[in-house]
Design a protein around this ligand. Sequence first.
Ligand code: NAD
Ligand code: WQD
Length: 340
Amino acid sequence: MKILVAGGAGFIGSHTVVELIGAGHEPVIMDNLYNASREVLSRIRTITGREVPFYQTDIRDREGMEAVFQAEKPEAVIHFAGLKAVGESVRRPWEYYDNNITGTLTLVDVMRKNGCKNIIFSSSATVYGDPAFVPITEDCPKGQCTNPYGWTKSMLEQVLGDIQAADPEWNVILLRYFNPIGAHASGLMGESPNGIPNNLMPYVTQVAVGKRDRLHVFGDNYDTPDGTGVRDYIHVVDLAKGHVCALKKLAPGSGLSIYNLGTGHGYSVLDIVKNFEEATGVSVPYVIDPRREGDIATCYCSAEKAERELGWKAQFGIREMCEDSWRWQKNNPDGYESAT
Ligand code: NAD
Ligand code: WQD
């Protein structure tokens, strides 16, 4: 199937492109490169032996996207394109609503005008807010988001659901990712954050590689076994495979579906430090800092619905997640910038 991968040069998108090729699909990447590097295209070529068509296009650029749809005629879109930095979204809400919401509305309009009504959307566990219960199932009520980024995801779920309800020709899958970490096992692709990493694993690997002194653990007085925050970390390659499985579900008449993509296991911040040290033999010094505003104690999912309906289950454990994150960081200390 010809699939347009919006945001396909990013962390999750690039790994998904590799898995799509492995499964016999024809991905086309569209990305404005705001948070990605062209270098990823050559890494994809090295891993897959394939040259993937690439368009440097913004999802708010109607004419640019029209040209991509006319040239490529995709059957489905996997939509990763968005801004995702939680703290930045608090400081620059307009930019987040414009990029994520205006961008998605424009993308969806261009899709329907071109007769393409199949979309898989990157949503997030953040839509559950402080979850009403764990493990979180898909029917757990959505919660109050603590930042504009989270609201863009929650609102876009509503938008896409309403569009599908009004026009049953649309097939919409909302994938709620938990905490993606890890990297491609080749060490050629991974997460390449700009500046100080917001997320735990890139911070851990930057401490391990000597770019930062120590990890700041945000709070050790949560109601969790060791007092630090518990999350459902998932290997990015497992997450990428989840999209390949979801594509099979995008059949005519499939309507709207929602799936959690996680492992169903919770690990604390200190569990991650310990597992990382054991898997890599590299020590990660840390200090305990105050809690980070907006953080919750515990978040992990039940991924049973995805297993039952998509035939998808995460294969990699925490050890592989740590090993692969480390291989990527070690081989590319400055991310894709190391290669340019
Ligand atoms: P990423 O920043 O690496 O990838 C997003 C890509 O979209 C980037 O390559 C960026 O350049 C591109 N992009 C952004 N705005 C665009 C626009 N207006 N037009 C075209 N391209 C644009 O992020 P990621 O971690 O790969 O996340 C992918 C998606 O999954 C995002 O929508 C994110 O919100 C969502 N998500 C991520 C996580 C996570 O922890 N990484 C968790 C849940 C959901
Ligand atoms: C994990 C744990 C922190 C960094 C965020 C977004 C969410 C989703 C995934 C996109 C927490 C602790 C972290 C550090 C730390 N993204 N931590 N020191 O907060 O679960 O989710 O990314 O949708 O929307 O909010 O992930 O990796 O930031 O934090 O102690 O330097 O690690 O407090 O307990 P989070 P994270």
